[in-house]
Design a protein around this ligand. Structure first.
Ligand code: 8YV
Length: 321
């Protein structure tokens, strides 16, 4: 398979580079000084792309690469790939679903509990010597007892979050493009209706044009002054300035965020707030799960070039065609 040439525009985890580098000819574009000259010279030879959100893979990016057959995306979310365009060009796009579901759901519950019970703030209180100085950390106004939780996006990860929440004995409802069959949770066709019906709103919404800024000022107003917002999906689904404003002026009480609109940039105003818990996109961030994600990417590429089709193609590029 060494005659098959692959291109990684940005750094990928060593497992991916090592395993695919052994079997194929793999070019690391991020290490190339003159990238444009490289693409001009080598572009027509490239048959597979390995991507992880570093660059936008769209019509303009793909134009000088006319022989690409597969775009293998590291991550379940593939919003940096124009999969519709890829589908039109006959290129298959793969992602890494399932293997990260439980890990991301664990992280979400951790973030939710951290935010509701102000655990990072309480830890900061202890470390600052306030426990011995000022006394116990103040009781939190917020609790999961009797809480209503709404989930935006009841896909694989949303369902795994809901399953965990059942053990916390909270009322669960959700918003999705369509009602999901076979789940016991109340469905809200309107996002604002869901927000006004719950105390805690959890977004697992993917990125891309369909969800862009769907969680906006109206949604935060509907969530209300006691409301808590948790985001483990994509930052672009939230109107970030509207969220900052809502947190600043008490339109909502607090937020726990693992994702941001312009990662790794986090608005300075959020950094300075006490009523937010901020994580650096660590939802799937364990060796265990990232290795499984990397392994699935590798297997997709190998299966494709062995003529066996993709293992996990995305919805826009279904297989078999
Ligand atoms: C990863 C994710 O952190 O799978 C996704 O869509 O957001 C995370 O699991 C990310 O893909 C790493 O680049």
């Amino acid at each position: 398979m060494k005659s098959i040439e692959l291109l990684a525009p940005g750094p990928m985890m060593p497992l991916v580079i090592d395993r695919l580098g052994e079997a194929f000819t793999l070019h690391r574009l991020w290490e190339v000084a003159d990238k444009e000259a490289f693409i001009r010279e080598k572009g027509e030879k490239i048959r597979g792309l390995l991507v992880g959100g570093h660059a936008r893979i769209d019509e303009a990016f793909l134009k000088p690469l006319p022989n690409v057959e597969i775009i293998a995306n590291f991550g379940v979310g593939y919003d940096s790939v124009d999969a519709k365009h890829a589908g039109e060009k006959g290129i298959v796009v793969t992602n890494t679903p399932d293997v990260l579901t439980e890990e991301v759901a664990d992280t979400c519950l951790g973030l939710l509990l951290m935010t509701v019970r102000e655990l990072p703030q309480a830890e900061r209180w202890l470390r600052a010597g306030n426990w011995t100085g000022k006394g116990p950390y103040p009781l939190t106004h917020t609790t999961l007892r009797g809480a209503k939780v709404g989930i935006i996006g009841l896909g694989r990860i949303g369902k795994a979050i809901a399953r965990r929440l059942e053990a916390f004995d909270v009322a669960i409802s959700y918003h999705n493009r369509r009602p999901v069959a076979g789940v016991p949770y109340a469905y809200h066709a309107s996002l604002a209706d869901l927000a006004s019906a719950v105390d805690i709103l959890v977004s697992v919404a993917p990125g891309g044009p369909d969800t862009f800024h769907m969680i906006d000022a109206d949604v935060f107003r509907a969530l209300g002054p006691k409301g808590i917002f948790i985001n483990i999906g994509r930052g672009s689904a939230v109107d970030e300035p509207a969220m900052v404003e809502a947190l600043k002026n008490g339109t909502i009480r607090s937020a726990g965020l693992d994702v941001f609109e312009h990662e790794p940039k986090v608005p300075a105003e959020l950094m300075a707030m006490e009523n937010v818990v901020l994580l650096p996109h660590v939802g799937s961030g364990t060796h265990h799960t990232r290795d499984l994600m990397g392994g699935l990417l590798v297997d997709n590429v190998k299966s494709w070039f062995a003529g066996k089709g993709p293992l996990t193609p995305v919805a826009e590029t279904p297989w078999p065609r």
